[in-house]
Write a protein that binds this ligand. Sequence first.
Ligand code: HGY
Ligand code: MN
Ligand code: MN
Length: 412
Amino acid sequence: MDLTIDISRLWGELETLAAYSDAPAPAVTRVLYTEVDRGARSYLKELFAQAGLAVREDALGNTFARWQGTEADLTPVASGSHIDAIPHSGRFDGTVGVLGALEAFRALTAADFAPRRSIDLILFTAEEPTRFGLGCLGSKALAGVLSPSALRALRDDEGKSPDQARREAGFGGQLEEVALPDGHYHAFVELHIEQGPLLERDGVAIGVVEAIAAPATLRLTLRGEGGHAGAVLMPQRKDALTAGAEITLAVEAAAKGSGSTDSVATVGILDVHPRAVNSIPSEVVLTADVRDIDLERRDRMVAQIREAATRVVSARGIELGLEVINADDPARCAPEVIAAVRDAATAAGVSSTPLISRAYHDASFMARICPTGMIFIPCRGGVSHRPDEYVSPAALEAGVRVLARTLARLAG
Ligand code: HGY
Ligand code: MN
Ligand code: MN
């Protein structure tokens, strides 16, 4: 099949999408249900409609753009990714999987390919944990991993629930209708940037993802006594922030000491109260992200962090609250989708290599309900979640070509 990817059109669409942002370019901030998120969604729904796709949205804003297959009774195939972006991040994380899938659809149509199975392009709501503290809200709800009641219990910084926020953003319908039945899809494949350095380092065009790492998120609340920074002498202090500093180092030590470089742990958020230069911190909340591709090792790190935190707070007379916000299993990609990606890369004449994803993705949860795979493309220096995140047009073009061929294989 002779496929032509219109990379300048795709590049222009990525640039337009990047402008829907609450941060000055080249940074992108696009948080769930904000005005820029809603604007980006409208822009994309316009493109989906122009491409002749039938568009529907569910109660959370997961958006499905369907390319009708010739045999409507066959279970459909799906592709897609997310468009939300954490504060001050880049323009390619997630978006290449949404606009890349659209471009794959258009290239296949131009090559007179008509899929037997319908193909859904899915824009997943809230893959990033920014607003409600939990990642993959949309795909977890689709997979039935996050129940409507668990969803309703979440709160953002203003105390709003996803239910309230989604309705204010104009999404009606019932949360109970979001979960998809098992077998709803024949297969799912997601195009995504590697968010790591290996493909670029080895000069390989395509990563054929075999597994996706297991993330856990911990929230530790430390309560001390606070007080006047000048008047309270050091022996009498119960300083919540110095306790938090020791625990932050213990989080790092748990990953560094696990015996494997596949273990990673990060304290990305540390809130201090009352945050005044002359007031001893009385309360600190730190949020830790702990991951490994091996579940047991990941859980050992969580246990170690819990032990270290207990030790630190008892030595300092601080009160500790520790909440495991999420602890997901690693996801395995399906052999038949892995093979389809690998064969598509070969047919497209590009190099490929098996890879593990250290980032999590919506594919992590689509793998719960259907055979799933991922296609990685190299990003410069492996950089992601930063404004200088970058993918070359050539790398993107190869990724879209392989995605198109993979979809042609899966949708028959
Ligand atoms: O954090 C992650 O792995 C993803 O980028 N949300
Ligand atoms: Mn991300
Ligand atoms: Mn992503």
